[in-house]
Design a protein around this ligand. Structure first.
Ligand SMILES: [Zn+2]
Length: 463
């Protein structure tokens, strides 16, 4: 690069009045998503994309952040962005190699219309305004609110808040005996160990395409995760108690175990679907039944067939059509069978999810994050949709450091809610433990079950 080009490039990096605002970026992403949807419809098959897909929780899995850059490189860039500011970050990471703009955008999960990607091939700097807007969004992410730090603050917040959003993950069901997905004893680890299924990656068990190619594999395994004989935890009943007090705006659950319903919670969204219903895999049929109807098949490891499709096949007129629609013509895919409505990789999230987020964001006055490390979309992204002025309390075994939490109550969720209920005068099945230990002067409080390995290095997150 010559000096003149260098100068021009630098000037471009420092100009902040590029004509792209947040709405324009939304619009571009919508356009790209539409293109992708059309493509998927054409193929009759969903393919994985960064803005949909992704289920289960815990651990920084490659399912979520993927793109041309390694997660460590992305982390470096974001670190620089926050520490040295946008211009210096761009100078360090973009100027030596402008084609990195596209790599960074893709690695951050930004979707762009195809036409734009082609143009950017020739003129990488045309994507710079987009990258700047994305960086601005990242910089806008919530900061810790300085005036909420103690357990008593958390109790006061629970007492006075009227529209609480609860975000929860596998951690609230662990005490019920339900295995989570990504921990060392979790479902993926078991699948990898058993190696009785031919899976490149254990998470392929929940991949839509793999399922359509061979549903028998999923059905020989599904009985082991079917929520048949589990009972809700004290933490589920704590959320029910919040609801009984008229304070629950919404519970967003990443779990598919339906224990929320079993605990009587009504205002719940299952972000990854659940076993509560099942739908025919044939996109021309989509017949839906109550999950109970396929329960026997799941428990006896049979593949549940679609009654409507079988009925149609029986009728003569459709028989002729069936020749056209036979398995071979469906690219060898298993259409006409029932699949539980849990969201597989490569499937769109339930519509309800988006509707609820939009409805809740102007109302929420307290966010409780429970039993999840908020590392996998979509629940991980929820916080950025809610106003940064809403106080956020974490109840989890391990701290969250990639997003600012105002108060961190670390430990098993059941004793923590036991303590909170005792202080609030609410009923709770779990006995209250002794008062928690504060880590230094920080906003981190330790209850039984806290994974303290993380603590020494993590207390720096507090103000
Ligand atoms: Zn059907």
């Amino acid at each position: 690069m010559t000096d003149t080009q260098d100068l021009a490039a630098l000037q471009r990096l420092t100009e902040l009045d590029d004509d792209l605002d947040s709405d324009a970026l939304d619009h571009l992403e919508e356009e790209a998503e539409k293109e992708l949807m059309e493509e998927m419809e054409n193929e009759n098959l969903a393919c994985q994309s960064p803005s949909m897909s992704s289920r289960s929780d815990e651990s920084e899995s490659s399912d979520y952040v993927f793109g041309p850059l390694a997660p460590d490189d992305v982390a470096d860039i974001l670190h620089d962005l926050r520490e040295v500011g946008m211009v210096e970050c761009l100078r360090r990471h973009i100027m030596p190699n402008p084609s990195r703009i596209l790599d960074i955008l893709l690695s951050l999960g930004v979707m762009l219309p195809r036409s734009m990607l082609q143009e950017a091939d020739e003129e990488p700097y045309m994507l710079l305004p987009i990258l700047k807007m994305v960086f601005i969004r990242i910089l806008r992410q919530r900061q810790k609110l300085p005036h909420y730090n103690t357990v008593d603050d958390a109790i006061q917040l629970l007492r006075k808040s009227k529209r609480i959003v609860v975000l929860c993950g596998a951690g609230i069901s662990v005490s019920c005996g339900i295995p989570d997905f990504r921990s060392k004893d979790g479902i993926y680890a078991i699948l990898a160990q058993e190696s009785k299924y031919e899976l490149d990656d254990p998470s392929d068990m929940f991949d839509k395409e793999t399922f359509l190619r061979d549903p028998s594999m999923f059905y020989s395994f599904a009985h082991s995760i079917y929520p048949a004989n589990f009972e809700p935890s004290p933490t589920h009943y704590f959320v029910r108690e919040i609801e009984k007090h008229g304070k629950l705006l919404r519970m967003y659950s990443q779990n598919i175990d339906t224990l929320e319903q079993k605990a009587g919670i009504e205002r719940v969204v299952q972000c990854h679907g659940s076993f509560a219903s099942a739908t025919c895999t044939d996109p021309r049929c989509k017949y839906q039944v109550d999950g109970q109807e396929i329960r026997d098949a799941i428990m006896s490891k049979r593949i549940p067939m679609c009654k409507m499709c079988e009925e149609r096949r029986k009728t003569k007129a459709i028989k002729r059509q069936k020749i056209d629609e036979s398995d071979e013509d469906d690219h060898g895919l298993a259409f006409g069978i029932m699949k539980p409505d849990i969201t597989f990789f490569g499937e769109k999230l339930p519509d309800e999810f988006e509707h609820c987020v939009l409805a809740d964001r102007d109302q929420v006055d307290l966010i409780l994050v429970m039993g999840t490390s908020l590392k996998v979309a979509p629940v991980a992204d929820l916080l950025s949709h809610f106003p940064p002025s809403v106080p956020t309390v974490l109840i989890n075994r391990t701290p969250i450091t990639h997003m600012a939490m105002d108060i961190l109550l670390l430990g098993d969720s059941d004793p923590i809610v036991g303590y909170l209920c005792q202080q609030l005068g609410w009923p709770c099945e779990h006995a209250a433990p002794d008062a928690p230990t504060r880590v230094g002067d920080s906003n981190v409080w330790l209850f039984p079950g806290a994974e303290t390995d993380h603590i020494a290095t993590e207390t720096t997150i507090t103000d």
